[in-house]
Ligand binder design. Structure first.
Ligand code: GLU
Length: 287
């Protein structure tokens, strides 16, 4: 059997206009796929639209138009996460059967209060970790709260999960080499949100596996998230892709570009008459 084709993906969330940093990320992945064309390299676009409160169809349409303007070509149909909730539910059921998830009824305010009150709240790569309040609720307390209609998220019991997997899970990052997974680094992450029955960590891990992604390219801001993804791969018996976390583009003040900060959008650049070929070259991509 020949090796399967290398598969790369760009996986944006349609929560606003794409900015130059998103464009860089998309081009990075596309160029990686192009570089493996002789081996059948493929490029996928995935719409990460689980946050139905923030994602909008018009953002998605604009996003596709911006990427086409940049010169990207992707396979169709595009996978839209909101259409695949059954896949995430199946993964949750596997983790539930193994006793590795629990309902969490805490509100953001309660969590913040608990963290502020703790003398030395444990911190992970993204700040203070969830203090574990609901992990210790009794079965009957959980039942009562659910029966009363209290909204809940599902969290991974990271300590129990760590005990379940090999001690030395690793993955390879193209820039940083072999990495060793720290399964509890992020604590008990949310795998299903109160408002949607999955989460970024769960959906991205399941999708990368289902789509056969062989190399996950994305920004350095998501480097630490790979600890969670590697752990989930081990728990769900999914393959581990290679990773390639690229540099982030910074603005003149040295802050990273962000949709929420109103960084200049690709649509603005297009409207201002920017030449996409020159833009690609300025960003370091020749194709
Ligand atoms: N959807 C994520 C974002 O827009 C990226 C996911 C990933 O590449 O792992 O930030």
């Amino acid at each position: 059997m020949p090796d399967p084709s290398p598969i790369f993906r760009f996986a944006p969330s349609p929560t606003g206009a794409l900015h130059l940093g998103n464009g860089f990320s998309a081009l990075y992945s596309f160029a990686a796929a192009q570089a493996t064309q002789a081996a059948g390299g493929r490029f996928l676009l995935r719409v990460e639209d689980i946050d139905q409160g923030r994602c909008r169809p018009e953002y998605e349409a604009a996003m596709l138009a911006d990427l086409a303007w940049l010169g990207l070509v992707w396979e169709t149909p595009v996978r839209r996460q909101s259409e695949h909730m059954a896949d995430y539910a199946a993964a949750l059921a596997t983790l539930d059967d193994a006793g590795l998830i629990y309902p969490c009824f805490c509100t953001r305010k309660q969590i913040a209060r608990e963290i502020a009150a703790a003398p030395s709240a444990p911190h992970g790569p993204d700040g203070a970790r969830y203090p574990g309040t609901c992990r210790n609720l009794s079965k009957s307390a959980r039942k009562d709260k659910i029966a009363a209609g209290t909204p809940y998220a599902l969290r991974l019991d990271s300590a129990a999960a760590a005990a379940r997997v090999a001690a030395n899970l690793t993955w390879h990052d193209r820039g940083k080499g072999i990495q060793t997974c720290r399964p509890t680094a992020h604590g008990d992450v949310v795998l299903a949100r109160k408002d949607t029955p999955t989460s970024y960590h769960l959906a991205v891990t399941v999708d990368d596996a289902l789509q056969g992604v062989s190399c996950v390219t994305r920004g350095m801001d998501l480097f630490a998230a790979s600890h969670v993804h590697r752990l989930l791969q081990a728990l769900l018996d999914l393959p581990t892709p290679e990773y390639d976390h690229h540099r982030l583009l910074l603005d003149d003040e040295g802050s990273r570009l962000a949709k929420r900060q109103g960084s200049i959008s690709l649509a603005d650049m297009r409207a201002a008459g920017t030449d996409p070929v020159a833009l690609r070259r300025d960003l370091g991509f020749e194709f």
